[in-house]
Write a protein that binds this ligand. Structure first.
Ligand SMILES: CC(C)(COP(=O)(O)OP(=O)(O)OC[C@H]1O[C@@H](n2cnc3c(N)ncnc32)[C@H](O)[C@@H]1OP(=O)(O)O)[C@@H](O)C(=O)NCCC(=O)NCCS
Length: 201
């Protein structure tokens, strides 16, 4: 297996820096914002679900996430570099007990900031992080068949359509099909790395 081009790892304080966004681990002071987003249908739904029943439940989920590979809690807050505005959240989780694959999820929670390339850059950084830090042979994601922004993002990052799971996601009172996308380690190593930004200070 070729080693591929060098990939930057997390910088100081575990931040991942791109050209326009920075991903940083959630801090305790993010909790009010994250709780609002996770309970706001405009921010996180209708395509994602992360069931949080209380503010304390969210706080506990964030505390537990670093030691729980299956956690669906946010792993990083997406920050715009030029004004430090929080734009959204991304996460990853071990999707199958028996398989060597990690799935990603992502949301640009401010609707007015969607469609500007922030999501693709954030998920590119997240993909590089997961492949760099974990031994998995595949990174995947699923998207509602009615959510082209999500699967176009994956296609732009080099993920391939692998299949379709019928009636796998329930929202708005009905079952929805999802498309399954994946990127293998070999494909990731051949890919041009996500552009990085200036080093953190
Ligand atoms: C999905 C999401 C994260 C994409 O992030 P984004 O910053 O809006 O997307 P980007 O601007 O980086 O665009 C990524 C690709 O999707 C395309 N795209 C963006 N919005 C689109 C839309 N509404 N319809 C179709 N394609 C769209 C872009 O053109 C781009 O593809 P291209 O490179 O081939 O041109 C964002 O729209 C979002 O948070 N949606 C709500 C939550 C959600 O659906 N999360 C995913 C759950 S699986």
């Amino acid at each position: 297996m070729s080693p591929g081009p060098p990939r930057p790892g997390p910088g100081r304080r575990g931040h991942l820096s791109g050209a326009r966004v920075r991903l940083r681990p959630p801090a305790p002071e993010d909790l009010p914002q994250l709780f609002r987003w996770m309970n706001d249908p405009e921010a996180i739904a209708p395509w994602d679900r992360f069931e949080v029943d209380s503010y304390e439940g969210m706080a506990q989920a964030l505390r537990d996430a670093p030691s729980d590979p299956r956690s669906l809690a946010p792993r990083f807050v997406v920050m715009r570099r030029d004004d430090e505005r929080p734009l959204g959240v991304v996460g990853y989780y071990l999707a199958h007990n028996a398989l060597d694959t990690v799935d990603l999820w992502y949301a640009i929670c401010l609707p007015e900031e969607r469609g500007k390339g922030y999501g693709a850059e954030a998920v590119g950084l997240l993909t590089d992080f997961v492949f760099s830090q974990q031994k998995v042979s595949r990174v995947g994601a699923v998207a509602d068949v009615e959510n082209p922004a999500s699967y176009h993002l994956l296609e732009r990052l080099g993920f391939s359509l692998e299949g379709r799971m019928r009636q796998a996601l329930f929202h708005h009172g009905q079952w929805h099909d999802v498309v399954v996308y994946g990127l293998t380690r070999e494909e990731w190593e051949r890919k041009v790395p996500t552009p990085t930004g200036p080093a953190e200070t």
